[in-house]
Design a protein around this ligand. Structure first.
Ligand SMILES: NC(=O)c1ccc[n+]([C@@H]2O[C@H](COP(=O)([O-])OP(=O)(O)OC[C@H]3O[C@@H](n4cnc5c(N)ncnc54)[C@H](O)[C@@H]3O)[C@@H](O)[C@H]2O)c1
Length: 392
């Protein structure tokens, strides 16, 4: 049995996504499960080195997660160039979860060093830059990928299963409802639960640039290519309080409303908001209405109603509603164990790098998400439908 080491430079892992989703729930979880078992002869074993600017934070993370995985703290350094140059050992993958505005420089450095590159979305805040980065790594012949985690969510996997089973008949429309209340920090004992840069356009924040990247790959890879959209954004809350207690002006959109038309004219409507209070099954719900059945997918659970089980409501506001609409839906069972979505995508990327297995989610796919966000903002400002041209 060969245990093949896969060296991974993990940059910007001191952040929210880097620590929770990538270091703890992906790479550490993979090491703790004994690596990625390919067959009886081969296991791929990640070996991370943590990089960033703050030595103390890196040391704390290395000591918190390393021992339970490998028996010792993970390696770490503030010398990213040194890590890329091989000063601390051989690392073949560079991963970046730093801020969106930092991404370009880090992708350039990793390209120069000839690493396989994997990074968080969005890859940039405008499509020209996102396409430039995709071209750069492609020209250098490097394997590359962008996080498109929602595709591995149990909810969306169950939707794809239903599609394969022919459950929906013809899909007529898709309706996504995303969001929750993100505290402003202005009220006593109600701290914000997301980083403040998310609400400042000048720092790469904004709801469209954050979420339309997700909607693009979810739609393209589940329901069909997006061809047209109309969108509207709003800064509902003009002031918030940041991590250091300072009140700052919110300059980015914190709610966005869009209709996306697919190639086959399926209408997909998405509401996205950080200024909404949840009264639905989950923080993201996607309702798919088809001629033969409908489904409502949350992050994990999916409920279905077939044509034969559809109740027949009659509009009469003068009497209490006699139908309990929730009762007519059936929960899709968990017939497999669904693992963390980020971890599953990491495993596929590592296999792609080590064994050349097929991989679709490269930086050009990531650029398509940035493009959709940019076009959303154009539609909003011009108050017009816009076409989605092919990217190359
Ligand atoms: N896939 C998803 O669902 C998802 C969700 C949220 C955020 N994101 C993306 O992940 C990225 C990080 O977001 P976050 O919410 O973790 O933000 P965050 O502010 O918590 O983390 C960013 C991290 O980058 C570090 N950083 C900034 N500049 C750096 C530099 N020059 N060198 C090294 N490190 C640097 C910061 O210190 C911080 O630790 C963003 O691009 C964001 O859009 C993706």
């Amino acid at each position: 049995m060969e245990i093949r080491r896969i060296g991974i430079i993990m940059n910007g892992v001191t952040g929210r996504m880097g620590t929770n989703q990538h270091l703890e729930r992906s790479i550490t979880a993979i090491i703790r499960q004994g690596g990625i078992k390919i067959d009886n002869d081969l296991i791929l074993m990640p070996d991370p080195i943590l990089t960033g600017r703050n030595e103390h934070k890196l040391k704390t993370l290395a000591e918190r997660y390393g021992p339970a995985a490998t028996g010792q703290p993970y390696k770490y350094t503030t010398d990213l160039q040194g890590a890329l140059d091989g000063k601390f050992g051989d690392y073949e993958i560079f991963f970046d979860a730093s801020g969106t505005l930092q991404r370009g420089r880090f992708v350039e450095m990793a390209t120069q060093a000839g690493k396989a590159i994997y990074c968080e979305k969005p890859t940039a805040t405008n499509s020209a830059e996102a396409v430039r980065l995709a071209g750069l790594v492609r020209q250098a012949g490097l394997k590359n990928g962008v996080v498109q985690d929602k595709l591995w969510l149990p909810g969306l996997r169950k939707v794809r299963m239903l599609q394969e089973l022919g459950f929906f008949g013809k899909i007529l429309s898709v309706r996504g409802d995303f969001g929750y209340w993100v505290f402003t920090g202005l009220d006593l004992d109600q701290p914000p639960q997301r980083p403040s840069w998310n609400y400042r356009a000048e720092d790469g924040g904004g709801l469209m640039i954050d979420m339309f990247c997700h909607w693009r790959y979810v739609l393209d890879h589940t329901f069909g290519p997006v061809r047209k959209l109309v969108a509207y954004g709003s800064t509902d809350i003009p002031q918030r309080r940041d991590e250091s207690g300072r009140v700052y002006p919110a300059t980015a959109d914190d709610s966005a409303y869009a209709i996306f038309l697919l190639e086959d004219n399926t209408v997909c409507q998405f509401n996205s908001s950080w200024c909404t209070r949840v009264r639905r099954d989950d923080l993201l719900t996607i309702q798919i209405d088809g001629s033969k059945g409908s489904a409502v997918a949350g992050l994990r659970d999916v409920y279905v109603q077939s044509a034969a089980a559809t109740p027949k409501p009659v509009w009469n506001p003068d009497v209490a509603q006699p139908i309990d609409f929730y009762e007519g839906w059936t929960r899709v069972p968990d017939n497999i164990e669904y693992e963390n979505a980020f971890k599953l995508q990491w495993e596929e990327f590592i296999k792609h790098v080590a064994l050349d297995t097929p991989w679709k989610f490269d930086l050009m796919e990531g650029a398509k998400g940035v493009q959709l966000a940019e076009l959303g903002m154009r539609s909003w400002h011009e108050q017009a439908w816009v076409e989605v041209p092919e990217l190359s």
